[in-house]
Design a protein around this ligand. Structure first.
Ligand code: PSV
Ligand code: MN
Ligand code: MN
Length: 393
């Protein structure tokens, strides 16, 4: 691509101004692998400090005005008060993520457990999460289940699907107003033989059964290597069933590395589907979230970098010459069609993004500005004994 013409520039800047990226509370806490959780200086000691870190990311990027909660990792006595605090900090509380994967009772599953008492407990937690949403004003309940089996014969696969459907129904029926249920799938882990919601097709089928306010979450780290994720995006968009993303990068499995770090071209291809469907604007309803853990890198800075990576992929997707692309597609010109995409992908959008930030009254280089701000030094002095994100807790 050569020069960006002024009207394209304006169109792209306007779309980018509207873009919203939600950051996860757990990205700010200490995290690690099953081998070691590393502690970092200045890490939040409670949900309030996680919200404060999310607000810091928003102050430097201008496009991350909400923070997702994970319950019970972010349990507080008064969620309305937490929401009030978030407002004072300049952000809002976003998606509520349920957690039915860290209790001894869930060894054989949570909502699909063969024991009805365990299922009741798990469903009780899902309903409690909707209570939290009522208090915080959150729109979305995000459900990911670690449920599955490790050995053939361990449990009855069809009955587990029935139990899952029953639990989802109870959670869905508890929603009111604009609230939505978002169902996330994952190929494997922690179950290794069979996972009860292993793929988008399973999630989609359950969401269809539930109704309009049930939609699918695509976590970019939850697929087999080589999966064409943008196809899934396109399919779900067409069906009106794409509710949210959990963006992150993977090299091997569910690595939870920074979005856009491992495969920025994949992120561009995903955002191209979104832009083509005019689904970027917040009013369309997709929640663009990050789901990441920063085990070895400074956390706030890494979240800022991830937000910028998503923004860069989006800017490139917005630059695709749709007229040229469509014309080439219609006449079967494979190479010109591909070139239309690649031209946009190869455009250096960093000057455009600097311009955007200047328009928004922000520093054009958020990472450098954050480093200069002294935030890390300040929280390191203030916060002693940071809280673990949840993993390995
Ligand atoms: C599961 O791997 C997952 O992607 C779900 O979204 C969880 O809520 C999250 O990770 C916890 O980090
Ligand atoms: Mn996820
Ligand atoms: Mn994951």
């Amino acid at each position: 691509m050569t020069e960006i013409d002024p009207s394209t520039r304006r169109r792209v800047l306007d779309a980018l101004r509207e873009q919203r990226i939600e950051t996860p509370s757990w990205a700010y806490g200490n995290s690690g692998t099953r081998f070691k959780v590393f502690t970092q200086p200045g890490v939040p000691r409670d949900p309030y400090e996680k919200v404060a870190d999310a607000a810091t990311v928003h102050r430097f990027t201008g496009v991350a005005p909400t923070v997702a909660l994970h319950v019970p990792w972010d349990r507080v006595d008064d969620y309305a008060a937490l929401a009030g605090y978030a407002g004072e900090q300049g952000v809002e509380l976003g998606t509520v993520n349920a957690n039915v994967f860290q209790d001894d009772d869930y060894k054989l599953g949570s909502v699909t457990n063969p024991d009805p008492a365990v299922r009741r407990k798990a469903i009780g937690h899902l309903l409690e999460c909707v209570d939290v949403m009522d208090a915080t004003g959150s729109r979305d309940l995000k459900l990911w289940f670690s449920d599955g089996t490790n050995y053939p014969g361990q449990d009855n696969t069809r009955e587990r699907q029935d139990r899952l459907a029953e639990a989802l129904r109870q959670a869905y029926d508890r929603l009111t107003g604009e609230q939505r249920l978002l169902l996330e799938y994952k190929l494997f882990e922690p179950a290794f033989y069979l996972t009860d919601v292993p793929d988008w097709g399973t999630a989609y089928a359950h969401c269809l059964e539930l109704g309009d306010r049930a939609q699918v979450v695509i976590d970019t780290g939850h697929h087999a290597p080589g999966t064409n994720i943008e196809f899934i995006v396109a399919f779900l968009l067409r069906a009106g069933k794409l509710g949210a993303f959990d963006f992150n990068s993977r090299f091997y499995a569910d690595d939870d590395l920074m979005a856009g770090a491992a495969d920025p071209f994949q992120l561009f291809r995903i955002m191209h589907e979104i832009v083509q469907a005019d689904a970027l604007r917040p009013s369309y309803g997709i929640a663009f979230m990050l789901d990441q853990c920063h085990n070895i890198e400074p956390k706030v800075q890494a979240v800022i970098r991830s937000v910028l990576n998503v923004q860069e992929a989006t800017a490139k997707a917005l630059l695709v010459d749709v007229a040229a692309l469509t014309a080439a597609q219609r006449c079967g010109d494979v190479l010109e069609a591909n070139a239309a995409l690649m031209d946009a992908y190869h455009t250096d959008v960093r000057p455009l993004l600097r311009e955007l930030r200047e328009e928004l009254g922000l520093d054009p280089d958020p990472v450098a500005a954050y480093k200069r701000s002294g935030h890390l030094e300040r929280v390191t002095a203030e916060r002693v004994g940071g809280q673990q994100a949840g993993w390995g807790a």
